[in-house]
Design a protein around this ligand. Structure first.
Ligand SMILES: [Zn+2]
Length: 380
C-alpha cells in the first residue's frame, strides 16, 4: 500500500532566514504595509490584501485568532487589535512549529522586537546572522583610519562569531548595495585601503556601496568559515532585479570553492531555477525559495516544484523571510509544509519510493540541511 507524505513533515522546521516582528499593529494600513515589497500604500480604494498573499494570510491566520478562515481583512484587524500585540504574536509564532530561527536583525531592527523577546514570544531558539555591510558601517561609525579598516573589520567579525551568543552565519546584501555582477576577485590590501580612504573621507554618507569594499566584505565572510548568505532575487524596491540573479555569482562561487565555505542563496525567485542549477553544480552552494512562497500564496507548490525539480534534496533549505508581521512567519511555515508534501508525494505514488525515505527528504529540506550546514545541535 502506498501512502503520501504527511503535511506535518517535518514537524519542526529550522527557518534559516527571517527577521523579527513588530510589537503591535496600530491599524489596518500599518498591517498592510507588510504585505508588499513596495513600501507604498495601495491606490485609493484598493488594498494590499487583494493578492494571493492577502488571501492566504487570512485563510491561514484567522483561525489562529479564533476567526473563521473566510474572515474579512477588517474583521481580522479588529480581532488582532482586541487580542493585543503580545497575545497575537505569541499565538501566531507558536503555531508555526518552528524549532529554530536564524535572524538577520540588521535591517530596520530598531522597529522590531529584540531577539531575546522574539525567542520568548515564539517559544523557539533564535540565533543571529551577522549582516556584513552593517558591521562595516559600525566599524566606520566608531572612527577608524583607512589603513586600519580591514584589520578593525576582521577583529569585529571575529568577535561576532565567538562566545556563547556567537552568530552562526554572515549575510551579504551586495545585491542591494551594488549588484551581484561585481568583479568576483578578492581585492588586494592596497585596493581595500584606497577604497576605505574614499569611503571614509565622504564623511556623513556612511551607507556602504563602494564595490571594492563590498567585495572585501564578501571575502571576509567567505574566509570566516561560517555559511555566507546572499540576498538574491525578489526584494524591495531598492533592488535592480536583473542584477540580483544568483547566476551572476558564478565567478565568485568558482573562486571561493577552495575555501569550502557554504554559500547560501536566499529567496532566489524568480531565478529559483538558476539557483537550483548552481546548488546542483557546486558542492558548497545551497538555496531556498523563502519570501516567494508567501507572496505566491496557493501557488507555492508550483514554485517549490520548479525549484526542487533539478536540485538534490540535500541542497534546499526552508526560510520564511518573515519580516515585521508574525503572520508571515506562520504563513510561510504552513505553506512550506503543504507545498513540500504535495511536491514530494509523486515520489511515493509514481516512483515507488518508500514513504519513510520521502519523509526523510522532506525533513532534510525543512530542518536537517540547515542543522548540518550551520552546524546546529539537533532539536530536542
Ligand atoms: Zn530577509
Amino acid at each position: 500500500m502506498t501512502r503520501s507524505v504527511g503535511p506535518d513533515v517535518p514537524a519542526r522546521l529550522v527557518d534559516h532566514h527571517a527577521h523579527s516582528v513588530v510589537r503591535d499593529i496600530a491599524d489596518r494600513p500599518s498591517l498592510e504595509r507588510f504585505l508588499t515589497e513596495s513600501g507604498e500604500p495601495p491606490p485609493e480604494g484598493c488594498s494590499h490584501f487583494d493578492s494571493f498573499l492577502g488571501a492566504a494570510m487570512l485563510r491561514t491566520c484567522a483561525p489562529v485568532l479564533d476567526l473563521p478562515p473566510g474572515a474579512s481583512a477588517d474583521e481580522y484587524v479588529a480581532r488582532r487589535t482586541e487580542l493585543g500585540g503580545e497575545a497575537a504574536n505569541q499565538r501566531l509564532l507558536r503555531s508555526a512549529g518552528v524549532a529554530e530561527v536564524l535572524v538577520d536583525h540588521g535591517y530596520r531592527g530598531q522597529e522590531l522586537v529584540g531577539l531575546h523577546e522574539l525567542a520568548e514570544l515564539a517559544a523557539t531558539r533564535v540565533r543571529r546572522i551577522v549582516r556584513l555591510e552593517q558591521l562595516a558601517e559600525a566599524v566606520a561609525a566608531n572612527g577608524v583610519a583607512p589603513s586600519r579598516f580591514a584589520e578593525a573589520l576582521e577583529e569585529r567579525l571575529a568577535a561576532e562569531l565567538s562566545g556563547p551568543d556567537a552568530a552562526v552565519g554572515c549575510k551579504s546584501v551586495l545585491a542591494y548595495r551594488y549588484g551581484l555582477d561585481v568583479d568576483p576577485a578578492e581585492p588586494r590590501p592596497h585596493e581595500v585601503r584606497d577604497a576605505a580612504e574614499e569611503w571614509l573621507s565622504a564623511g556623513a554618507a556612511l551607507r556602504l556601496s563602494h564595490p571594492v569594499l563590498l567585495r572585501h566584505l564578501v571575502w571576509a565572510g567567505l574566509r570566516s568559515g561560517v555559511p555566507l548568505q546572499f540576498h538574491t532575487g525578489y526584494g524591495d524596491a531598492d533592488l535592480e532585479l536583473h542584477r540580483s540573479n544568483p547566476a551572476l555569482l558564478t565567478g565568485l562561487i568558482r573562486q571561493a570553492a577552495p575555501l569550502g565555505t557554504p554559500i547560501m542563496l536566499l529567496h532566489c525567485y524568480p531565478y529559483h531555477r538558476e539557483a537550483a542549477y548552481l546548488a546542483s553544480a557546486y558542492p558548497h552552494v545551497y538555496f531556498d525559495v523563502g519570501l516567494a512562497i508567501n507572496y505566491v500564496g496557493h501557488r507555492a507548490a508550483a514554485v517549490l516544484a520548479e525549484a526542487i525539480e533539478s536540485a538534490p534534496f540535500h541542497k534546499m533549505l526552508y526560510s520564511s523571510d518573515g519580516f515585521g508581521l508574525a503572520e508571515l512567519h506562520l504563513l510561510a511555515a504552513v505553506t512550506f509544509r503543504s507545498a513540500v508534501a504535495s511536491v514530494l508525494d509523486p515520489l511515493v505514488v509514481r516512483e515507488a519510493r518508500n514513504p519513510d525515505e520521502v519523509a526523510a527528504a522532506a525533513a532534510m529540506i525543512g530542518a536537517g540541511n540547515a542543522r548540518r550546514v550551520y552546524n546546529l545541535p539537533s532539536d530536542g
